[in-house]
Design a protein around this ligand. Structure first.
Ligand SMILES: [Mg+2]
Length: 303
């Protein structure tokens, strides 16, 4: 009987430089933050460190794609030492360091980042929100009506994080002050806007994570190499992102379950939850692709 070590030894010899160059291609990874790369409960990403280190070594771009605001994502980018483009507010905005790709000069800048706005501007959403509320006498309150302390209580975010969450560009989170009011939601639809259900509802224009991911994949592909893409997420709002890539991973939630209604052929589910599952998925992907040691997309200057 072979020992476990013998059985698990690689059957093939390591790839020669020539076979590596034939397989030469690039990889870009998109990831949700809450409940995916960051633990749902503690916001820790320590379980994902081995895979994060490996991606940095391989210079594989890791693009954060979250329902969080630009200000919140900038905070997490600094904490995780990430210098790649990112996607905010469920695909409402794409923000790219200005020297990351050639040809960004024509794009408007937001706090020094080249900006592609896919969502409806927040000021317009707020106007519509307050006009609808008044017209229907609806019991609704949005982040724009709340203090930072209220947002902190409602979301469980620290005050500092709540202040960042309040800096909206493309989406107004709101609650019903009494019970859910279907008239208000129908009126949103009738006005051509969209809403999502959850602990908080969200009012937004017609954007989603998938379109933003598709646009960024195109930008990466213009760097001249074929680009393989992967994405990781744990929620229903991640579905369009997961469907826009070659390798899609649905990350298990802290309670052991998976998001409802997120299912399609080729979707891989992680064994571990949150960052544990994230680490497992990225490690397996890099092994499967056999691209260790191969340069990633030329565009990234960061790690
Ligand atoms: Mg999530």
């Amino acid at each position: 009987m072979p020992t476990i070590a013998e059985r698990s030894a690689p059957a093939r010899p390591p790839a020669s430089p020539r076979s590596l160059s034939r397989k030469r291609a690039s990889l870009v990874i998109f990831t949700d933050l809450d409940g995916t790369l960051l633990s749902e409960r503690t916001y820790s990403w320590s379980a994902a460190r081995p895979a994060l280190r490996r991606l940095a070594r391989l210079r594989v771009p890791l693009v954060f794609c979250s329902s969080k605001t630009r200000a919140e994502i900038l905070f997490w980018r600094r904490r995780l030492d990430n210098r790649h483009p990112f996607i905010s507010e469920n695909g409402g905005g794409i923000f790219i360091p200005r020297d990351y790709f050639p040809g960004l000069e024509g794009l408007p800048l937001t706090a020094g980042l080249a900006t592609i706005a896919l969502g409806t501007p927040y000021a317009r959403l707020r106007e519509e929100f307050t006009a609808l509320r008044q017209k229907l006498g609806a019991g609704v309150r949005g982040f724009g009506d709340m203090t930072i302390a209220e947002i902190s209580t409602l979301t469980g975010l620290s005050r500092a994080q709540a202040a960042l969450a309040r800096q909206r560009d493309f989406d107004e989170p709101f609650i019903f002050t009494a019970r859910s009011d279907a008239r208000f939601l129908r009126a949103i639809e009738a006005s051509g806007r969209h809403w999502t259900r959850g602990r908080l509802q969200h009012l937004m224009g017609a954007h989603d994570k998938g379109r933003a991911v598709g646009l960024l994949i195109e930008r990466f592909a213009r760097q001249g190499q074929a680009v393989a893409s992967a994405a990781l997420g744990d929620g229903f709002n991640d579905l369009p992102m997961l469907q826009a890539v070659d390798h899609a991973f649905l990350v298990r939630r802290a309670d052991g379950r998976f998001a409802f209604r997120v299912d399609f052929p080729g979707l891989t589910r992680t064994r571990g939850a949150g960052p544990v599952g994230w680490n497992e998925a990225v490690m397996a992907l890099l092994d499967e692709l056999g691209w260790a040691g191969i340069e990633s997309v030329a565009g990234g200057k960061g790690k």
